[in-house]
Design a protein around this ligand. Structure first.
Ligand SMILES: O=C(O)CCC(=O)C(=O)O
Ligand SMILES: [Fe+2]
Length: 372
């Protein structure tokens, strides 16, 4: 019977994998780490106290760890993420030239490949130190009117891609249902803006950042908030940093950029701008960036796996009405855009299209508003 098979394979998975990454250099034990709370998926399913901690974390920092172990759905995500980490080096072995065929920024899309050093990361006009590939949910679930072409290797692994999309989206849906009840919105409100079978900008992103020369280590991915709803992040090497709000900085100190230490068996979840907009500012979309990993970890190639969920394309990004969401003052929310336009604007604005001069790159950064 199908259920029996699933249960069996989950049991053996649990016994055979401990989800740790022993071949990588450890995170140094003498540097401060970001104040993310650790939540657990099985507890979140049953414990009102854990759910309260989740809501507090979503309001105060907008980032938390989620322990996925001891939960069948969570362990499926862990094993799928391991398979992506195994797959990533082979995928990038296709080479930059081959992957560049799948860069769609010139046709106005952020899906597909972003080449190394093709985005501006700071006010000086410096360029990024990573390459990534955005795999669109809609292309792989057969929802797109006009799917993009993608490397054959992705189609050869489409079972993994599809199951990871479904399981990630299922986790997002569960977290949205908790947020929905904490916000006291009518049942199903947030979930109804994120239906898996409707067009949206959801995507898997696989990132590669090669080690940087010790004498010239720079930001690999510039400071930003995520634009969408909820993000699921798997890290093995550190490098991700957040700038906590003043309320969570050590007493008497200004907030400083702090590394997030990857934890085996956990993913990192963060909330994006859409959640802040929907909740009239109650939920937090926190600023973060990626720099060279600390200590011995800097010598390794860093891969990172992200699932970005976004509201459905047609959803207008504005404050929802109801529950405990504060009412806006007249004109306060400005002109609201739909999700598709908003994500595209944000995702492409720092990708230089033939912009070569440093001055122009600086201008792009300024116009993006990210320095503020
Ligand atoms: O690689 C990471 O750890 C974070 C990546 C990230 O923030 C992003 O792609 O938006
Ligand atoms: Fe991000």
């Amino acid at each position: 019977m199908a259920t029996e098979n699933i249960t069996k394979s989950q049991t053996s998975l649990h016994q055979s994998e401990d989800f740790s990454f022993p071949t990588l250099p450890p995170f140094p034990n003498d540097i401060p780490t970001a104040p993310l709370v650790r939540l657990s998926l099985p507890s979140l399913r049953t414990s009102p106290e854990e759910s309260d901690r989740f809501f507090t974390a979503s309001k105060e920092l907008g980032f938390f760890y989620l322990d996925l172990r001891n939960d069948p759905h969570g362990e499926r995500l862990l094993s799928q993420s391991s398979r992506f980490f195994d797959f990533a080096p082979t995928f990038y072995d296709l080479g930059r030239e081959e992957l560049s065929k799948y860069d769609y920024k010139n046709v106005g899309s952020y899906m597909g490949y972003k080449g190394f050093g093709s985005g501006v990361v700071d006010e000086k006009g410096n360029l990024d130190r990573n390459e990534f590939y955005n795999i669109p949910k809609d292309d792989f679930l057969g929802i797109s009117d006009k799917p993009f072409a993608h490397p054959n290797l992705l189609y050869q692994n489409q079972d993994l891609v599809k199951s990871y999309i479904h399981d990630s989206h299922k986790l997002i849906n569960f977290l949205l249902s908790l947020l929905n009840s904490h916000l006291q919105l009518p049942e199903g409100t947030l979930q109804s803006l994120h239906r898996v079978d409707q067009p949206s900008g959801d995507q898997i992103r696989i990132i590669k950042s090669p080690p940087q020369p010790p004498s010239d280590q720079r930001t690999a991915l510039g400071k930003h908030t995520d634009f969408g709803s909820l993000t699921i992040l798997f890290n093995r090497l550190s490098g991700l940093q957040i700038l906590p709000p003043p309320s969570l900085a050590p007493p008497g100190k200004e907030p400083e950029w702090t590394y997030v230490k990857p934890l085996p068996g956990h993913c990192i979840i963060n909330l994006g701008d859409a959640m802040t907009k929907f909740s009239g500012g109650l939920l937090r979309s926190n600023i973060h960036r990626v720099v060279s990993p600390p200590g011995q970890q800097a010598k390794e190639t860093r891969y990172s796996l992200v699932y970005f969920s976004r509201p459905e394309d047609k959803v207008v990004l504005k404050r929802l009405e109801g529950g405990i969401i504060p009412k806006g003052k007249d004109g306060e929310d400005g002109e609201a855009m739909n999700s598709k336009e908003w994500i595209k604007l944000q995702a492409l604005r720092l990708r230089r299209v033939g912009v070569e001069s440093e001055e122009e790159r600086r201008r792009l950064w300024q116009e993006s508003g990210r320095g503020n």
